[in-house]
Design a protein around this ligand. Structure first.
Ligand code: COS
Length: 395
């Protein structure tokens, strides 16, 4: 239960009060919201979260937000709780943060003032456009170009794909090659308004758990140079620093899904009779519950360790965030799969919560850095830590 987790020492009373408020709100407001038209469903969730004040967690206080800068524990608690109740509400919340994270971290005051207050209020929708048909995991290989046009504009040409909120976002943070150096050293990030001439939605993408998703086309889209985030050529760093914050929150969403699957498992095991006794009396069921409960706690420890480390002022949490994201998403997949198994035929029946979770969790092991990328990152960071001296001597 999240209630137990909240007693852990890295939360403050402010976190506990926030979580209690959001849990109450989510219970009252999310259970019966329709999912039929995914664009409408997503817009409705953004509006409701904005009206209730919860999107303030996604932007800084000076621009209508909650804290001076990102409080990663609050972001993680939000996704954990929303994920427990409704995958699409979690998605709507998360994209307001990820879609503006680079503006918060690297944007000029003018860009922050223009884009952030509407995000906090739920009056605008944001998106983060990094992946391309030939560059998802390998960010340094991205091909989209941004070339100077006149003194104060750039011209964007290329395609982005698998972009969350594609088609409903009011603006996109777009990463493109500006050529200051090779590979990772020659990228820059720009904010692009959805009504920019030369920008269009090339294709909407349908996925197993319905979310707004699209391929974006940029054909000479003309963007003011002042919409750049960070310095020219700094785009790779902008992307990585943003992902360092939001990767822990993907772990938190997975944790919310897993906690829900565990709660569903326990309820089912206690009420379903088999061979004349509750399912929970069978030792094989107990083994399942033990595995899932332990993995949920381990995921929570890694997620909130990463969030706390960032909030305490660590410059980078690359390793901690990668561990949190990898472990929590992989563990959630196992916990949910076990829940489906406990539910039997009902577990694969449309409209049953564990069936929905089974579809929802899958993408989290892929987006914002697939599990294989996280392994690469964790191994690199671990090897780096020990490169100066022998690992054994350091202990
Ligand atoms: N924060 C700040 N700077 C970072 C950073 C971080 N988290 N990670 C790397 N950098 C810096 C490095 O320090 C390096 O700078 P110097 O050249 O000055 O030393 C530079 O960026 C390049 O880093 P690196 O050599 O690690 O680049 P790679 O191309 O090898 O990066 C990975 C590989 C896999 C780490 C990267 O491409 C990645 O994270 N991919 C996954 C992307 C992703 O999440 N895609 C999903 C799309 S969003 S849904």
């Amino acid at each position: 239960m999240l209630g137990d987790t909240l007693n852990w020492p890295w939360f403050t009373d402010e976190h506990r009060a926030y979580a209690a408020r959001l849990m109450r709100w989510a219970k009252q407001n999310l259970a019966h919201l329709p999912h039929d038209d995914v664009d409408d469903a997503c817009r409705t969730r953004v509006r409701l979260l904005g009206e209730a004040g919860f999107l303030k967690a996604a932007v800084p206080k000076a621009y209508g937000g909650l804290h001076d800068t990102f409080d990663v524990r609050t972001l993680c608690l939000s996704r954990d709780i929303l994920g427990f109740h409704d995958g699409l509400a979690d998605f709507a919340f998360a994209m307001q943060g990820l879609g503006t994270g680079a503006i918060t971290l690297f944007g000029s005051d003018a860009l922050k003032a223009r884009y952030l207050p509407a995000i906090a209020a739920g009056r605008a929708i944001a998106a983060f456009a990094l992946s391309e048909p030939e560059a998802g995991s390998d960010v340094a290989a991205l091909a989209m170009t941004a070339r100077p046009e006149g003194n104060d504009h750039v011209r964007l040409d290329g395609r982005k794909t698998w972009i969350s909120n594609g088609g409903i976002a009011d603006f996109y943070v777009v990463f493109a090659r500006t050529g200051e150096g090779p590979g990772a050293k020659g990228l820059s990030a720009f904010v692009v308004d959805a009504d920019t001439p030369g920008f269009s939605i090339a294709e909407r993408i349908e996925v197993i758990a319905s979310h707004p998703l699209a391929t974006l086309a940029f054909d000479g889209a003309r963007v003011p140079a002042e919409n750049r985030l960070g310095r020219p050529g700094e785009g790779f760093k902008v992307a990585m620093a943003t992902l360092d914050i939001f990767r822990s929150t993907v772990g938190a969403a997975a944790l919310g899904f897993a906690r829900r699957a565990l709660a569903e498992t326990v309820e089912r095991a206690a009420t379903r009779k088999l061979f004349g006794a509750p399912l929970a009396d069978l030792q094989l069921t107990q083994a399942t519950i033990a595995d899932s409960a332990s993995e949920v706690d381990a995921a929570a420890l890694l997620v909130y360790r990463s969030a706390w480390t960032k909030d305490k002022g660590a410059a980078r949490v690359t390793r901690e965030a990668a561990m949190a994201k990898m472990f929590a998403t992989e563990a959630a997949q196992r916990v949910i799969d076990r829940a489906v198994q406990i539910f039997g035929g009902l577990g694969v029946t449309k409209g049953v919560k564990v069936e929905e979770l089974y579809r929802e969790i899958r993408a989290l092991r892929i987006y914002e850095g697939a599990t294989e990328v996280q392994k690469l990152v964790i191994a690199r960071e671990t090897l780096k830590q020990h490169s100066a001296k022998s690992a054994l001597a350091a202990e």
